[in-house]
Design a protein around this ligand. Structure first.
Ligand SMILES: *[C@@H]1O[C@H](CO)[C@@H](O)[C@H](O)[C@H]1NC(C)=O
Ligand SMILES: *[C@@H]1O[C@H](CO)[C@@H](O)[C@H](O)[C@H]1NC(C)=O
Ligand SMILES: [Cu+2]
Length: 140
């Protein structure tokens, strides 16, 4: 009995996936990949590999850039500023807790990185696409 309950409790941990996202690869103002499709319980690990950036949830439209300190929206997120200027490659991990689309950007330089396209989407859908979010960010 105990072992069966224990085994069932382990299943979500076994099924959960981790998704790796590179932040600032090749010194670019970019997340890679820009779209992450993840299930509830999955983790997304962002690794800052150049400069000094943030991983912050943003509005889909309107005043997208810069995203607000603390992050936008229900189940939002904000890594704060993470610097690789010392070569430490800091990481930030977000655990997916719902199936809604979440949009993110870097808040560095009062939104200049965000407006330059430093953006990403978690679980975008057919009405809130990554391409439209990127256009909204560049125009904000
Ligand atoms: C990273 O950027 C933030 C915001 O511009 C700044 O306050 C902080 O000092 C920077 N960190 C480093 C190590 O330069
Ligand atoms: C996409 O997500 C938004 C935000 O949750 C929602 O308002 C919209 O109805 C969704 N579209 C589809 C096709 O599910
Ligand atoms: Cu940045």
């Amino acid at each position: 009995m105990f072992s069966k309950v224990f085994f069932l409790a382990l299943i979500p941990a076994i099924m959960a996936a981790n998704h790796a996202v590179s932040v600032g690869a090749n010194n670019a103002l970019a997340f890679s990949p820009t779209t992450i499709t993840a299930a509830v319980g999955d983790t997304i690990t962002f690794t800052v590999v150049s400069r000094n950036h943030s991983i912050t949830s943003a509005r889909f439209s309107g005043a997208v850039c810069p995203p607000p300190p603390g992050g936008f929206g229900t189940n939002g997120f904000d890594s704060g500023f993470l610097s690789d200027l010392d070569g430490s490659m800091p990481t930030f991990t977000y655990t997916v807790v719902d199936t809604q689309p979440h949009f993110g950007a870097c808040m560095q330089a009062n939104g200049a990185h965000c407006r330059a396209g430093m953006t990403f989407a978690i679980n975008p859908n057919s009405t809130q696409t990554y391409a439209q979010f990127l256009a909204n960010a560049e125009a904000s």
